[in-house]
Design a protein around this ligand. Structure first.
Ligand SMILES: NC(=O)c1ccc[n+]([C@@H]2O[C@H](COP(=O)([O-])OP(=O)(O)OC[C@H]3O[C@@H](n4cnc5c(N)ncnc54)[C@H](O)[C@@H]3O)[C@@H](O)[C@H]2O)c1
Length: 383
């Protein structure tokens, strides 16, 4: 078993998810590589946070508020970086230049110029594995849908719709935080937060947006500041993108991508629907175990629904009948990253791999065109 020493920069919501996945690594079967988290960095690092990481992991040898110290630590081979978007550019560039492998969080730069500069450094360092986080495709039912894409079960694509819907921001009394402030989160708003998740499978399937017409909404323009006052909330809450997409055969079809922070009744719904002339399929985390599909060879058109249980890409001790959840998806994504690290960047299979820097860059091209489209009420080219 090869052990990779990790540092975590950004020990908030997502930093803890990785640490928790590392703590239950023995849950996976058949892995030839495992993470050991030895260094954590936050700004600040509270005593509670430090205790949580130290006691849970038992492997921490470095705690710091200066990420340069993680990069100077010769024991650290790879870094998970989960910091606010305005820090991605400098942090990711410094991590890659230090020669440490990187799983970075989306959107991989606060905007396209920041992402372009990250991409330049990625290209200068081919020896460093760089990937972007996105976990939902690892749900077993979604992996089965991906296999249908690979096996070309859909025939000519008629339409694709993908989305990621939240509802917590429907509450106008929810106080503002960095994710709702343009300076920290970026002009993309909800697209920067949710968009890469939505684009992951379409891009991996080679369904490339050629152009986009976007409609963006700022539904709650003010929020409590948490100190008794109100402050402007200028980030886009919802984005609906209608793209003309092209597949590898040159077939063009409509692709609808929705990222919404204000979708009543939807807590954390990530979905993909593919409609084709020979078959169709749909998956949603709302019904995470099920894959709906329809084969069409003439005759009746009826949807079938199949329970998938725990047939994960990376083997696990959980019985095959048991249901799958968010933290399982995180564990599978981490297995995928470590697998790629151990196999010269090659994923276990086409769709059991992490988002590549090129795919993240394509999402920036799309979201930048979407901003322009909304502002001008125009259709904007993407590729
Ligand atoms: N993959 C997913 O499902 C998912 C979900 C939520 C957030 N994210 C992404 O994760 C990233 C972080 O989001 P989060 O929800 O974990 O945020 P968070 O606010 O919970 O945590 C941010 C962390 O960054 C640290 N930090 C801030 N400034 C720093 C600095 N100068 N040096 C070192 N550390 C610093 C903070 O101390 C904190 O630990 C974002 O890019 C976000 O888009 C991904």
């Amino acid at each position: 078993m090869r052990t990779i020493n990790f540092g975590i920069i950004g020990i908030g919501l997502m930093g803890r998810e990785f640490a928790s996945a590392a703590m239950r690594w023995p849950h996976l079967t058949g892995m030839t590589v495992k993470p050991r988290i030895i260094s954590i960095c936050g700004s600040p690092v509270t005593p509670e946070e430090e205790a949580w990481y130290r006691e849970g992991l038992g492997t921490i040898t470095q705690v710091t508020t200066d990420y340069h110290e993680v990069l100077e630590n010769p024991e650290v081979e790879a870094v998970y970086c989960a910091v606010p978007h305005f820090l991605h550019e400098q942090f990711y560039i410094d991590i890659i230049r230090s020669g440490k492998h990187l799983l970075g969080e989306k959107p991989f730069g606060i905007d396209k110029p920041a992402n372009d500069r990250i991409m330049q450094v990625v290209k200068e360092h081919p020896e460093v594995l760089v990937r972007c986080s996105s976990e939902f495709p690892f749900a077993p039912a979604m992996q089965r849908l991906c296999r249908m894409i690979e096996e070309q079960k859909f025939g000519t694509i008629i339409e694709v719709e993908a989305g990621f819907l939240h509802s917590s921001d429907l509450n106008p009394n929810k106080p503002i935080n960095w994710k709702r402030i343009v300076k920290f989160n970026g002009e993309y708003g909800c697209m920067g937060d949710l968009g890469m998740h939505v684009c992951h499978i379409p891009f991996r399937a080679n369904w490339i947006p050629q152009n986009v017409r976007a409609v963006l909404s700022n539904i709650v323009p003010q929020r409590p500041d948490g100190k008794g006052g109100m402050v402007p909330c200028e980030t886009w809450d919802n984005a609906t993108l209608l793209c003309q997409a092209k597949d590898a055969t040159g077939n063009e079809f409509p692709m609808i991508l929705k990222t919404q922070r204000i979708a009543p009744g939807e807590k954390n719904t990530w979905y993909l629907t593919v409609k084709g002339v020979k078959g169709s399929a749909r998956f949603s985390t709302k019904n995470i175990n099920s894959l709906d599909y329809m084969d069409y060879a003439g005759g009746d058109q009826g949807w079938c629904s199949m329970d998938m249980g725990h047939e994960t890409a990376f083997g696990s001790i959980t019985g095959g009948i048991f249901e799958f959840g968010f933290s399982d998806a995180i564990l599978q994504m981490w297995a995928a990253f470590l697998y790629e690290l151990d196999h010269d960047g090659k994923p276990l299979s086409k769709f059991a791999g992490c988002v590549t820097p090129d795919e993240a860059a394509l999402s920036h091209a799309l979201f930048t065109a979407a901003l322009k489209s909304h502002e001008r009420m125009s259709v904007e080219p993407v590729c």
